[in-house]
Every structure is written in structure tokens, then in C-alpha cells.
Design a protein around this ligand. Structure first.
Ligand SMILES: NC(=O)c1ccc[n+]([C@@H]2O[C@H](COP(=O)([O-])OP(=O)(O)OC[C@H]3O[C@@H](n4cnc5c(N)ncnc54)[C@H](OP(=O)(O)O)[C@@H]3O)[C@@H](O)[C@H]2O)c1
Length: 259
């Protein structure tokens, strides 16, 4: 039995994708449009949202630009979608940013900026969305975190912390929302070839294309999974690492990363 109801038909479903201007979010938007959904597209880069929207029939997309870290912009974008389409059937919070950081280059301002996007951003979305979802007692919400949130990793000093918090938050949301008829999805990708990972200097194990990532994400939604992960081979290793006692965990990560 899956933890959320299966989705068998996307026709006439409205999906709000936050972080739809590139990478996983853009490819997920493309795929859902092909499957017949109507998709509201949010991010800061309006030109990229417009280019994506031009690939679909005009009535199937809605552009709602916003900076997720700005509560007033999130509220405005949501009100715009509400006014034109009503509350989305499904909201996917894909937006996120990455900055490599180690203890010796700790940067308080950069840390706050990252947390404002990766953690406070999703909270801004919850602030406008939860009252409507709870009133309707239907619909769904998916948060894109990362396997980097499973345990502490070198270079992911603040990024990992933001994703660990998002994982915990989404698990807690499931307890509250699932019994009220609202689907909750936790999406934990491994490495995907997008602008977010383009500056990584190391070889990324099992690197996926964003198109394959979107396929796996949508397949997980359709199957009603709670945790949607990809690529499976890398995630399996990360899940095993979650179980290791600290002594073995630190040694294994040092051995595989040379960090
Ligand atoms: N790529 C990977 O290997 C990987 C692995 C694990 C998890 N993830 C997670 O997957 C999600 C998508 O990342 P991606 O790899 O597809 O990277 P990406 O191509 O860089 O996409 C990031 C998206 O987030 C949006 N975004 C960033 N800051 C924003 C802000 N302040 N307000 C609104 N939107 C904002 C970007 O749009 P604008 O810049 O136009 O605003 C863009 O649409 C992120 O949450 C990331 O942490 C990625």
C-alpha cells in the first residue's frame, strides 16, 4: 500500500511548480504539461519561464514570478494563481540553491542567504498554502530536499543542514496532512546534471539527466510514494550509509571523497 493515493490521470490537474525556470523543476513542468496537466510556473527568471510556457498551449500555463525567499512575493504569486485557477491540486517546491562551504570558509551572510531560499522559502509557501489545503481537505504538496540531508557531508556545511531540516519538516507534515486527505511527498535526488551542480569539480556518482530525474519524480508521484528518490543505485548507498555508526560513517565518507 502506498503512503499517498496514486495519480492515474493528470488531465485538468493544476500543478504549481516553484523553481520551474531550469533543471529538475523545468523538466518536471515540461513532462506534466505533456501528460495534460495545467502548470503554474514560478521562479525569479521570467524569460526562462516564458520560454517554457511558449512550448505549451497558452491556457495550460500561468507564469507567476517570485523570489521564494520574499514572503510578500510568494503571497502575490499564490494570489495570482488562486484568482486565475483556484488552489493548485499539487504544489511542488523545487527551488533551491547550493554553495559549497567548509568550516574554514564559513560565511555567515552566505549561510543566511542559502537558508532563506532553501528553508525559509518553503516556509513562505506553507504560510500561504496550508490554510487553503486544510480548508479543502484535498490536494498535495511535494518538497524537493536532497540525499545530502540524510547525514553531515564535507562541503555541504549549510546546504546539508537546510535539506536535513526540509526532510524533517516534510515528515512532520505527513503526520498532520495525510489523515486530512492531503498528499505529502518528500523528493530526495542524488546527483542531477543541472546549473546547480555545474561547478562541482569532482566526479558525481551516477549523475542523471534532468529529463530522467523528472521522469523518476513524476513516476513516484503517480505511484503515491512518500519518499521519491533517484537515481536508485546512488540513493541505496546513501541509505546504507545512514545506518552506519559514526566511526564507520566518517571513515567511509573520507575514503570515498578523499576529504
Ligand atoms: N542537481 C542535483 O544534483 C540536486 C541533488 C539533490 C537535490 N537537488 C535539489 O533540487 C532542486 C532543483 O535543483 P536543480 O538541480 O534543478 O537546480 P537548478 O537548475 O539550479 O534549479 C533551481 C531552481 O530553483 C529556482 N530558484 C533558486 N533560487 C530561487 C529563489 N530565491 N526564488 C525562486 N526560485 C528560486 C531557480 O530559478 P531562478 O534562479 O530563476 O529563480 C531554478 O528554477 C533544488 O532544491 C536542489 O537543492 C538537486
Amino acid at each position: 500500500m502506498s503512503l499517498n493515493p496514486e495519480i492515474t490521470d493528470w488531465k485538468n490537474k493544476t500543478v504549481w511548480i516553484i523553481g520551474a525556470s531550469s533543471g529538475i523543476g523545468a523538466e518536471t513542468a515540461r513532462l506534466l504539461l505533456l501528460k495534460g496537466a495545467r502548470v503554474a510556473l514560478s521562479a525569479r527568471t521570467v524569460a526562462s519561464l516564458q520560454t517554457l510556457a511558449e512550448t505549451a498551449a497558452p491556457e495550460t500555463t500561468l507564469i507567476a514570478p517570485m523570489d521564494i525567499s520574499q514572503a510578500s512575493e510568494v503571497e502575490q504569486a499564490f494570489n495570482n494563481i488562486q484568482a486565475q485557477w483556484d488552489t493548485p491540486d499539487l504544489t511542488l517546491v523545487v527551488a533551491g540553491t547550493y554553495q559549497e562551504m567548509r568550516a574554514w570558509d564559513f560565511d555567515r551572510k552566505a549561510a543566511s542567504k542559502l537558508l532563506d531560499i532553501n528553508l525559509n522559502g518553503p516556509l513562505n509557501v506553507l504560510d500561504v498554502l496550508l490554510p487553503k489545503l486544510l480548508k479543502r481537505a484535498k490536494g498535495g504538496l511535494g518538497m524537493v530536499a536532497s540525499v545530502a540531508g540524510y547525514r553531515g557531508l564535507p562541503k555541504a556545511l549549510i546546504y546539508g543542514a537546510s535539506k536535513a531540516a526540509l526532510i524533517n519538516l516534510t515528515e512532520a507534515l505527513y503526520f498532520d496532512l495525510a489523515p486530512k486527505g492531503i498528499s505529502v511527498y518528500l523528493i530526495n535526488p542524488g546527483f542531477v546534471d543541472t546549473p546547480l551542480t555545474k561547478n562541482n569539480k569532482f566526479s558525481m556518482p551516477d549523475l542523471m539527466t534532468p529529463q530522467d530525474a523528472a521522469k523518476a519524480l513524476v513516476k513516484g508521484l503517480e505511484a503515491g510514494e512518500f519518499e521519491i528518490t533517484f537515481p536508485k543505485s546512488f540513493v541505496r548507498k546513501m541509505k546504507l550509509a545512514q545506518l552506519l555508526p559514526y566511526k564507520q560513517y566518517f571513515a567511509a565518507v573520507r575514503r570515498s571523497t578523499h576529504l
